[in-house]
Structure formats: C-alpha cells, structure tokens
Design a protein around this ligand. Structure first.
Ligand code: PMP
Length: 351
C-alpha cells in the first residue's frame, strides 16, 4: 500500500532524540542525563498544576475556540498585541504555512536550523529555499532579503536551533523593511536571551513571532504554542487552523505558568549560570549561546560518534549531523539540572 503515500512522507521525517536514550537504557543506566531535546529539566510551576487540575473538571466540554482567557493572559503579560494559540509552536508553524502556501510557493529558511519548517513546507507542496548563514552562523540581513525575493514566508530562528546564537533586532528590522513576503521569527528560546522582539510587530505587518510554553515555562508535554501576529493575519490564521487545536487543560496550565514569573526567572538564572560554566569547562570549542543549549564542535570526532559514546556512559545529547548546512562534527547539548550537567561535564572530559 506504500504507493498511496505522498512522496513527502516516504522519507525519514522528524528526528526524535530517542535512539541515544535506548542505548543508555540498554547499557543498564537507570538514571539517564537527558540533554537531547532542549527541555526544561524542572517540573512546571505549581500554579500550572492547579489550573490544569481545575480545568479537567470541564473536560466534557469543547474548549473556547478563541482561547479567550489565555489570549487575555498573554495580553496581560506581554502587552496589547494580537495573539493566536495552537498545539505547540509546531502547530502554529503548520497553520501559518497552511494559511499562506499554495502548491509551488516558495519558503525561505535560514540554515542550519530547526527541521520542522522544511517538513511542514513540503507537506503543503511548497518549495524550500535554504539560505545559509555566515560561516560563524550569524545572519547577513541583505543576503536574506536578496534570497527571499520570491518567498511567501521566510523562517528565521532566534536564538537559533541548533547554533544557539540570537540575531540582533536591528537585523530583523532591516529584513522586514525589505522583503515582500512574511517573516516568521521563531522565538522558542527567547526567554534565555533577554531580547524582546515583540515591539517590532507593531511596526511591521509582515512579521509573525512564534513562541512556546515548552521551554522556559516547562510545559513541553502539554503542547502549548502562541504567536504574536499582525492584526490582519489573526482571522486568516483562525480560518486555516484545525478546530479546537489547543486543549483546555493545556491552556489552563499555560495561564498558571504565565502567572508564575518567579518560576521562569529561576530557570533562566539556572540556564545562564550553567551556560557560562559549560563554555568554560567543556574541553571542546563551545559556540556562544543565547538559548538553553549549546552547540559543541567535537572534531575530529563525528557528532554521531560522540552521541553514541556519551549514551553508553548514560548521557543523552543530540548529534547535530542531521541538520543540513552544518558539518557532521557537532553535538547539541541542553542545559539540564545540576546532576545532569555535572554528569555531562564528567563524561565529556573522557571522550
Ligand atoms: N521552534 C524551535 C526552534 C524548536 O526548537 C522547537 C522545539 N524543539 C519548536 C519550535 C517547537 O516547539 P513546541 O514544543 O512549542 O512545538
């Protein structure tokens, strides 16, 4: 029956960080350092627990399709912008592409970067146009502008996964001023950078900023994403979105997490302190990071070899070899809890 499957779904698909975890388990490690998926190592805020539990009592009802309470909470937290919500930022990305991309339309992506932009573009019949970053992984705004000429959407991730570096807001302005299509700015890791890009949405009607509750807010398992969009795009997004995409329990948890600003500040402080220690103590070149992970150059070893060797020692990290336009000699390591980070430092010293 394989002949029935669309070409874009016959390949490998999204790469999950499960292989290394299986190796660690097979080697008998009961407690594994899980540093492969850029998650928050700490449980969600107690306020998120409380709100989610409360919301379960009404789970017999469909959720409010506009997610009015969550949108209000987002306005309270970030200001008077137009917000849309979805099942993770992945859900937001998919809906934005569905709303704008017809068969054969072009989508530019600044590479190396997060793989889902490409997967979702191909699924929609769009044509992907990779625009490589500079050799040091910074962004050349004029090159993006030049190469995005015919693109309906350009994806730019800041701080970027997997390189970790942020792009200055001035460069984003330059791009928004010049391009004719939309710029989707992926801010999944923005809380760890200290940069606020949102005010730019007031100035540009071609800018969408994607955000997530999966990282700083510690709700990856509940799948809550949101985006700050230009006003004209809000109804378009709603028309393109799967009905009731975000469930009521997750939305309630997100409101709790949003209210607990101390909880977010603690994880940001923890990440900032460990990022510094990683840069100082890892015996390989560590690229400057504004996110909750670092990219490490393990040459002359290959990323895949380093991942396997670490997995055998009970430490799960991600090989960056699968990211197009990046060499095969990098690993991406999330900042975990103190125990996980110490384990990584210990094992990486003997690679
Ligand atoms: N963008 C980037 C850059 C990511 O790294 C991730 C998740 N790893 C996402 C978006 C998706 O986030 P979510 O969990 O909200 O779907």
């Amino acid at each position: 029956m394989q002949h029935l499957v669309r070409g874009c779904f016959r390949g490998e698909g999204y790469r999950f960080a499960t292989g290394a975890f299986d190796i660690a388990r097979a080697c008998g490690w009961e407690r594994v350092a899980r540093l492969g998926s850029n998650e928050n190592p700490y449980p969600p805020s107690p306020l998120a627990f409380a709100r989610a539990t409360e919301a379960l009592a009404s789970a017999n009802r469909y959720p409010d399709e506009r997610m009015g309470s969550l949108v209000e909470a987002l306005e309270g937290a970030f200001g008077d912008y137009a917000f849309v919500t979805g099942a993770g930022m992945d859900g937001i990305i998919e809906t934005v592409i569905r709303a704008l991309i017809d068969h054969g339309d072009r989508v530019a992506i600044s590479t190396p970067t997060f793989s889902f932009y490409g997967i979702a573009t191909r699924a929609q019949g769009g044509i992907l146009h990779p625009v490589p970053r500079n050799a040091d992984f910074t962004i050349d705004g004029s090159r993006i502008v030049e190469e995005s000429r015919d693109a309906k959407i350009t994806f730019l991730c800041t701080p970027n996964n997997p390189t970790g570096n942020a792009t200055p807001p001035g460069v984003i302005e330059e791009i928004c001023e010049e391009i004719e299509g939309m710029l989707f700015l992926d801010n999944a890791y923005v809380e760890f950078s200290g940069i606020d890009y949102m005010p730019l949405v007031r100035r540009f009607d071609n800018l969408i900023i994607g955000r997530t509750f999966s990282k700083a807010y510690a709700l990856a398992g509940l799948r809550v994403g949101f985006a700050c969009v230009p006003a004209w795009f809000e109804p378009v997004f709603r028309r393109a979105q799967t009905p009731f995409a975000l469930n009521a329990v997750s939305a309630a948890a997100a409101m709790g997490a949003l209210a607990d600003t101390d909880h977010v500040r603690r994880i940001v402080d923890h990440v900032t302190a460990w990022r510094k220690r990683f840069a100082e103590e890892i015996p390989f070149p560590v690229l400057p990071s504004d996110a909750n992970f670092v990219l490490i150059d393990v040459a002359p070893m290959k990323g895949d070899e380093a991942v396997e060797a670490l997995a055998r020692r009970g430490v799960v990290v991600r090989s960056a070899a699968g990211f197009p336009q990046l060499g095969d000699h990098y690993i991406r390591v999330s900042i975990g809890d103190d125990w996980e980070n110490e384990r990584f430092l210990q094992e990486t010293g003997s690679l």
